[in-house]
Design a protein around this ligand. Sequence first.
Ligand SMILES: Cc1cc2nc3c(=O)[nH]c(=O)nc-3n(C[C@H](O)[C@H](O)[C@H](O)COP(=O)(O)OP(=O)(O)OC[C@H]3O[C@@H](n4cnc5c(N)ncnc54)[C@H](O)[C@@H]3O)c2cc1C
Length: 350
Amino acid sequence: MSAVVVVGAGIMGASVAYHVARQGIPVTLLDQGPSPATGVTGASFAWIGGCGGDWPGGAQDLRGSVLADYRRLETELPHVAVRWTGSLTWTNAQTKQNSRLGPGRFRVGGSDIATLEPNLRCPPEQAIHTPSDGGIDPTAMTNALVDAARAHGATVIHNSVVTSLKMAGERVEGVLSSTGFHAAATVVLAAGTGIPKLCEPLPVSLPVAASPACRARLTAPPGLVKTIVAGPDFEVREVRDGDLLLTFPHVEDQSATSLEQAAQAALRRLQTHFRGSDSCRLLGYRTGRRPMPAHGPIIGYATQDRSLYIAVTHSAVTLAPTAGRLIADELVTGQPAPELRRCRPHRVAS
Ligand SMILES: Cc1cc2nc3c(=O)[nH]c(=O)nc-3n(C[C@H](O)[C@H](O)[C@H](O)COP(=O)(O)OP(=O)(O)OC[C@H]3O[C@@H](n4cnc5c(N)ncnc54)[C@H](O)[C@@H]3O)c2cc1C
């Protein structure tokens, strides 16, 4: 029996498994997919924002540690490579833009914008520059965490569909899955949008919506886009030299033809914004269902006897290193982390 069984090898589960395993605790990581990051993580735009953005509920209490935890992982894991490019964002509504200023975020004008993004055809008059922002390749990052967990002794099992929690009264004894029964002192559900279904036997329901979003991958001249650029109708960043990620609006019709058309339309929009982008070509696109807890992250024990732990949040690419570290400390020491006090399942469950 493992002390801890983690369900889900997206970025959240991979981070939990790594941070538990490096403390010498036996952990088993299960995922229904054939490899890590086959859920929404592999479809992510993967912008790491420590300063800006929306931080609902308890996410506010985690934001201060995000950048330090990513820097720490860069030193601990050989294959983690964050592109610390900073970001440049603007909207059409000036008032909204003003309200998004804060520590580490600066209003910049025409000449600064032209220096930061020299290929922008029609730069806005003003934008917000956040120099500390970065981005990752989400699949490579998740693989790095899973490999490191394994190197610290974790057991990783793919193609393992968890069908239910194994209950003994109110206690969770482990999980039942297509690869058999996996017993655990504590089961950690990090299964993203799969969590509500797995929690059905519990007397609570967790408000985790599944919000669809789309992302394309493009070839581009290296250095065409220098920062993370988020304008009113597009978000784009270079994920590796000559390779861009570009978000595009969700389309109701999820057929390949309609998704391809939406991705091509996003590429054409990008080409209107960037000089030198004529040679950009679509490499592929992904859609993903983002887990969106209604009131911010849900992180903590879901049963009195501490046999079940839930770990789900929006913006998990940004938050997973910090959340994984704090979750592992709670599991190993039994001491509650003050930073997680506003994330507890009993606060948000209905
Ligand atoms: C287009 C787009 C852009 C985004 N941009 C950003 C961004 O810039 N910054 C940011 O921080 N976030 C961003 N996000 C959100 C971010 O990607 C998600 O918050 C994050 O990936 C969620 O990670 P997760 O590990 O919780 O979920 P997942 O990646 O979905 O992982 C859950 C895993 O559980 C497994 N699983 C589920 N059910 C079962 C079961 N019954 N048995 C076994 N395994 C199971 C799945 O196979 C999956 O691998 C974006 C998302 C999208 C789609």
